[in-house]
Design a binder for this molecule. Structure first.
Ligand SMILES: Nc1ncnc2c1ncn2[C@@H]1O[C@H](COP(=O)(O)OP(=O)(O)O)[C@@H](O)[C@H]1O
Ligand SMILES: [Mg+2]
Length: 562
C-alpha cells in the first residue's frame, strides 16, 4: 500500500493553529471528570463539535475486545449523545478503516472515502456513500486505549488540519482520562468489596502494625470482648492477647508472615478482655513488608470446638455403653450356664474331699502307705487347681474391665471356653469334636471379649440342638489358617439350622426366636469381631445344622509360620 494523502501522521500541525481558549476548555472538561459515563459523554460531545462531523463514535478496549461505548450525532445544530454498549460491526463502522488504525496505531483521514483506495469498496462506505472519515487512536504511551471515529457524508475534506490539531490533543487527554477513570473505578470497586467484607462482620478482621491492633471490625471486637474505645486507645496488642500456651504457634505465624508476606490459616486462641479464652482460626497478609502493617482474618471456633467435644463425649459414651452391653451379655450367658458352672466348681471340690478321705484312710492304717498318701495329696492339689481355674475363668468373664489387647493363641481361648461349658455340653448329651490346627499365627485382641464370642456361639449351638434327638447332637469346633495372615474359626452344630432369609437378620440386635431370648448375643459378637478387624457370618451346615464362622487378622509383626 502506498503512503498517500490520507495518512495523517505525516501532517504536522503548526502549534499556532490551536486556539488557546479551546485547548483550555477541552482540557478542563476532559481532565476534570472522573465518572466514566460523564467522561465518555463529554469527550464524544466535544469531539463531534470540534471535528465538524455528523457522527462520532468512541470505541474503548475492554479486555481483548473493542466496544462502542458512546455515539454522538448532530442534527440541526444540536448534538445527541447515546451511551451505548455495542460490538464493533460492519453495520457501525467501516471495518477496513477501524482495523487499519488498530494495526498501525496511527490516525487515518480520508478526504473522500468513496473514491480512495483501498477503502472505497468497504461495505460500510459503499452503503452510506461516506465522504469524509477520520479515525484517531487513543494512545497511552504505546498502549491502545480506544479509538475515536468521525464521519461526514455531506462534504469532502471536512477534517481540516486545524481541526486535526485540536482533535489530536483531545485524543491524548481522552486516553489518559479514560484509563485513569477505569483504574479508579476498579480500585473503588475492589475497595468497596473489601469494605463489604469488613462491614458484613461475618468474620473478624483487624489491621495491625508491629503487634498493635489499629483497626478492627465489630465482629473481631465481639470475638475478643473489647470495645471500640479499647481499640481507639491503642491498648489492644495481638501478642498480649495470645494465651501463653499458644505463643509458639503465634511465633511461627509471625515468622511465616515475615518470610512470605502471608500466613495460611492456623488454629490459635485469644485472651478475651475478661481473661477467658476463645479458640480461633486466623490467617493474614502483610500490606507492606517494610512498614510491618498487615491484615488478619479471624474466625471464632467456639461452636465448632464445642461440637467436636460433644462428638467426642458421645463417642465415649457410646463406647462405654458398648462395653456395658457386652458385659451384660456375658453375665446373662454365664447365668444361663449357672447350674453347669456350679457343678464345674463343685466337682473338683467333691473330688478333693474324696481324695482327702482316701488319704486319711491310708494314714489310719497300722503301717501308713506313704506312696498312696502322696498320690492322694497330689490329686487334692490337682482338684484345687481345677476349681481355682474354673473360678478364675468365670471371674474374668464376669469382670467389667476396660478393653485390654494382648497377643494370644485362638486355640487356647477356645479350649478354655470349652472347659467352662463342658458341664452344659455333657448335661445336654452333646458330642464335641475339636479340630484345632497346629501352628496358627497368634492374634492380638481382648481375651475376655473373644472368649465371649466363642461362648455365645457355643451356647447358641447347644440351645439349637435341644430340639434334635439325643444321639444326633454334634458340635464341631475347628480352626484353620485363613487367607492373608489370618485365622479362621468355625463352630458347627447339627441343630435345625437357620433359614436362608434369617442368616443375616440373626445378627440384628434384639432378633431372637427363643421365648426367653434377648437377641443380643450375635449382634454383640459381630461388633466384637469387627472391632478386632475380623468378620463373623453364618452359613447353612450340610447335611443339617448351622455354621458360624469368623476370621481374625494375625497380630501385626508376626513371623510367617509354616
Ligand atoms: N446355632 C444356631 N442354630 C440356629 N439358629 C441360631 C443359632 N444361633 C443363633 N440362631 C438364631 O439367631 C437368633 C439370635 O441369636 P442371639 O443373638 O444369640 O440371641 P438369642 O440367643 O438371645 O436368641 C436366635 O434366636 C436363633 O433364632
Ligand atoms: Mg444367644
Amino acid at each position: 500500500m502506498k503512503a498517500v494523502s490520507w495518512t495523517l501522521n505525516t501532517i504536522m500541525e503548526p502549534i499556532e493553529q490551536l486556539n488557546l481558549a479551546t485547548v483550555i476548555e477541552v482540557s478542563q472538561a476532559v481532565l476534570g471528570e472522573n465518572v466514566l459515563e460523564k467522561l465518555l459523554d463529554t469527550i464524544v460531545r466535544i469531539a463531534i463539535v470540534q471535528a465538524g462531523a455528523q457522527r462520532a463514535l468512541l470505541i474503548i478496549a475492554r479486555g481483548d475486545k473493542y466496544r462502542i461505548e458512546a455515539e454522538a450525532t448532530t442534527s440541526s445544530e444540536s448534538v445527541n449523545v447515546d451511551l451505548r454498549h455495542a460490538n464493533v460491526t460492519s453495520a457501525e463502522v467501516p471495518e477496513s478503516v477501524f482495523h487499519y488504525v488498530l494495526r498501525t496505531k496511527e490516525s487515518l483521514r480520508l478526504d473522500d472515502a468513496s473514491s480512495e483506495r483501498p477503502f472505497f469498496d468497504d461495505q460500510y462506505i459503499k452503503r452510506h456513500s461516506t465522504r469524509s472519515i477520520l479515525c484517531l487512536p487513543l494512545l497511552k504511551q504505546t498502549r491502545l486505549i480506544g479509538v475515536l471515529y468521525f464521519e461526514n457524508n455531506l462534504s469532502c475534506r471536512v477534517f481540516t488540519s486545524a481541526r486535526m490539531a485540536i482533535l489530536k490533543l483531545l485524543a491524548l487527554e481522552a486516553a489518559c482520562s479514560i484509563e485513569n477513570t477505569l483504574l479508579y473505578g476498579e480500585l473503588r470497586e475492589r475497595e468497596a468489596r473489601v469494605r463489604r467484607l469488613v462491614d458484613s462482620n461475618i468474620i473478624g478482621i483487624f489491621i495491625g502494625r508491629s503487634g498493635c491492633i489499629t483497626e478492627a471490625n465489630d465482629a473481631f471486637l465481639q470475638i475478643v470482648g473489647y470495645s471500640r474505645d479499647d481499640l481507639l486507645s491503642g491498648r489492644m496488642r495481638w501478642p498480649d492477647m495470645t494465651p501463653p500456651e499458644w505463643r509458639k504457634e503465634q511465633a511461627e505465624a509471625v515468622a511465616e508472615l515475615r518470610a512470605t508476606g502471608t500466613v495460611k490459616p492456623f488454629e490459635n486462641a485469644f485472651l478475651r478482655k475478661d481473661g477467658s479464652r476463645v479458640p480461633v482460626l486466623i490467617g493474614g497478609a502483610m500490606f507492606d513488608e517494610c512498614q510491618g502493617q498487615g491484615v488478619a482474618f479471624v474466625l471464632d471456633l467456639t461452636e465448632r470446638k464445642q461440637a467436636e467435644d460433644d462428638l467426642r463425649r458421645s463417642e465415649r459414651r457410646y463406647h462405654e455403653a458398648e462395653l456395658e452391653l457386652a458385659h451384660a451379655n456375658r453375665v446373662a450367658t454365664l447365668g444361663q450356664l449357672s447350674t453347669s458352672l456350679a457343678h464345674e466348681v463343685k466337682q473338683p471340690i467333691a473330688a478333693a474331699i474324696n481324695n482327702a478321705s482316701a488319704a486319711l484312710h491310708w494314714i489310719d492304717r497300722e503301717s501308713p502307705d506313704l506312696e498312696k498318701i502322696r498320690q492322694s495329696l497330689g490329686r487334692i492339689v490337682g482338684n484345687g487347681h481345677r476349681a481355682n481355674d474354673v473360678i478364675s475363668r468365670i471371674r474374668s468373664l464376669l469382670k467389667k474391665a476396660p478393653l485390654q489387647k494382648e497377643r494370644l493363641e485362638i486355640n487356647d481361648a477356645i479350649r478354655e471356653v470349652l472347659a467352662l461349658s463342658r458341664g452344659e455340653i455333657t448335661k445336654n448329651a452333646i458330642s464335641v469334636r475339636t479340630q484345632l490346627a497346629a501352628g496358627l499365627l497368634p492374634i492380638e485382641g481382648d481375651r475376655v471379649q473373644l472368649q465371649q464370642v466363642i461362648l455365645n456361639l457355643v451356647v447358641n449351638a447347644v440351645e439349637a440342638m435341644s430340639s434334635v434327638p439325643v444321639g444326633a447332637r454334634e458340635l464341631t469346633i475347628s480352626t484353620v489358617k485363613g487367607r492373608a495372615e489370618s485365622v479362621h474359626v468355625a463352630i458347627r452344630d447339627s441343630g435345625p439350622g437357620i433359614a436362608q432369609v434369617a442368616l443375616d437378620r440373626a445378627f440384628d440386635a434384639f432378633y431372637t426366636t427363643k421365648p426367653g431370648g434377648l437377641g443380643m448375643g450375635l449382634s454383640i459378637s459381630r461388633s466384637i469381631i469387627e472391632a478386632h478387624g475380623g468378620r463373623l457370618w453364618a452359613t447353612v451346615n450340610a447335611p443339617q445344622g448351622a455354621s458360624f464362622e469368623f476370621t481374625l487378622p494375625a497380630a501385626p509383626d508376626v513371623e510367617q509360620r509354616d
